[in-house]
Design a protein around this ligand. Structure first.
Ligand SMILES: Cc1cc2nc3c(=O)[nH]c(=O)nc-3n(C[C@H](O)[C@H](O)[C@H](O)COP(=O)(O)OP(=O)(O)OC[C@H]3O[C@@H](n4cnc5c(N)ncnc54)[C@H](O)[C@@H]3O)c2cc1C
Length: 421
């Protein structure tokens, strides 16, 4: 029997397991699939190995970078091309993403690059509403969508915030808890008295050009190093082992009941507070022989407003324009990744047409060197930890590595205290 049984071998489970092992605790990790890493993985497209899921991390707070350095990958942290991304509004005419914004919320609703997207009257309305409302409007527990709609109106939410949030979190702003997705924004709003000023102040205090970073060779190298550490520290790792149920002090699989302090790092295992439809994202990766993309016509990619004319993708990343290491490895080829909220049957053709429309160039069928489809889906739940069971991961910490890694590390300290008591 191990001191701790961790259910789920995604980043949350791996990080908490490593911390507990370092402190001398024995740990068993149960992973339902055949590989560790969860939403972080790799695949090979056109002979190039690259991330098949998450590909960058938020640098805020320095949490992820600290772990990356601890894992010996500090010199491999890379910055994306600062050219930034574009936006495809419902009009179908791509424009650069407004410069001063946070998750698409404009720091100046009447700036020319905002008016360019939502029009003058919606911009003036957003400015006036936000300036008039007291800074206290933005209640605890409110979603990001609720806050933006109340303070700046539907146009800002649908044309600016939704495309960015869908591109980053694969979710609607109405389904994202404000404090998880934009920590400190509510405090800044209270301090500054308006959402626009809050965004400007947060942008001003963040070091320039460091919102996200990546790892040369792919984010998946973090998983490789975590797994190597777990093996070195003697973890009992069990792939292809699904937890069927958990209680305080035990986990039941199809074969046995394992005792120990239980850490749940997998969605949908516990009784849940709320359950929405399963969230699915389909990624289409294209390797293209397309010199017309050498000039990176849309910077690092394009975020798409729902209902944009003639496009089904929700976001496009021009991966070889975004990451210099990938451009080096792909030679004269371009790699473009598109994400979809559904799973179209004729995805290769749809992705090629969407890439052409979003990048504003012609891409003939013959230019497609290779194509890959990856589908990610997870139960969309908010979980409640029963007393005596520790819960980590996206369902309690929010989406993204920066949230999840910090939370897992904090929870590891709490487990150590409970084990010592
Ligand atoms: C396509 C995509 C792109 C993304 N891009 C980014 C990005 O660029 N930057 C970023 O910060 N975030 C990104 N994210 C989000 C980020 O990847 C996730 O928030 C994070 O990886 C979730 O980690 P987790 O450990 O909580 O869950 P998961 O990664 O989902 O891991 C949960 C694990 O539990 C296992 N499991 C499930 N049920 C059981 C069971 N009953 N028993 C045992 N095991 C079980 C699963 O197989 C899985 O391995 C992206 C997500 C996706 C899908």
């Amino acid at each position: 029997m191990s001191d701790v049984v961790v259910v789920g071998g995604g980043i949350a489970g791996l990080v908490i397991a490593r911390r507990l092992l370092i402190e001398g605790r024995s740990v068993t990790i149960l992973e339902a699939s055949g590989r560790l890493g969860g939403s972080i993985g790799r695949h090979s497209v056109g002979g190039i190995s690259l991330d098949s899921g998450a590909e960058s991390f938020a640098t805020r707070g320095g949490t992820v970078a600290a772990l990356v350095r601890d894992l010996g990958l500090g010199d491999e942290i890379v910055q994306p091309n600062p050219a930034g991304a574009w936006l495809m509004p419902t009009t179908g005419r791509a424009v650069p993403l407004p410069a001063t914004s946070l998750l698409g919320i404009p720091g100046s609703p009447v700036a020319a690059d905002v008016i360019n997207v939502i029009g003058t009257s919606a911009a003036l309305r957003a400015f006036a509403m936000d300036a008039l409302l007291p800074g206290t409007v933005g209640a605890k527990g409110a979603s990001l969508g609720e806050l933006v709609r109340r303070r700046m109106g539907d146009a800002v939410l649908e044309q600016l915030v939704s495309p960015v949030v869908h591109g980053v979190h694969s979710a609607s702003p109405d389904d994202l808890d404000l404090d998880r997705v934009a920590p400190h924004l509510r405090a800044s709003l209270r301090r500054e008295g308006s959402l626009a000023r809050a965004v400007r102040s947060m942008r001003a205090s963040a070091p320039a050009g460091t919102a996200v970073a990546g790892i040369r060779g792919g984010l998946v190298r973090i998983v490789d190093e975590l797994v190597a550490d777990l093996e070195r520290f003697g973890a009992d790792i069990r792939p292809d082992t699904r937890a069927l149920s958990v209680t305080v002090g035990s986990v039941t699989t199809a074969e046995e009941v394992l005792g120990g302090h239980v850490v749940v790092a997998a969605p949908g295992v516990l009784e849940t507070a709320s359950r929405l439809p399963t969230r699915t994202v389909t990624l289409a990766t294209l390797v293209l022989d397309a010199p017309q993309l050498d000039a990176a016509p849309r910077g690092t990619g394009v975020l798409v407003a729902q209902g944009a004319v003639g496009v089904r993708a929700r976001a496009l990343t021009h991966a070889t324009a975004k990451w210099a290491w990938l451009a080096e490895r792909s030679g004269d080829k371009h790699i473009v990744r598109l994400s979809y909220a559904d799973d179209p049957a004729d995805l290769p053709e749809i992705a090629r047409a969407d890439a052409a429309a979003l990048l504003g160039v012609t891409i003939e069928p013959g230019a497609v060197v290779d194509f890959a489809r990856v589908q990610w889906s997870r139960p969309n739940v908010t979980e409640v930890a029963p007393p005596g069971v520790t819960v980590v991961g996206e369902t309690v910490a929010g989406t993204g590595l920066a949230n999840i890694i910090g939370h897992s590390q904090t929870q590891a300290e709490s487990v150590l205290v409970q084990l010592a008591g």
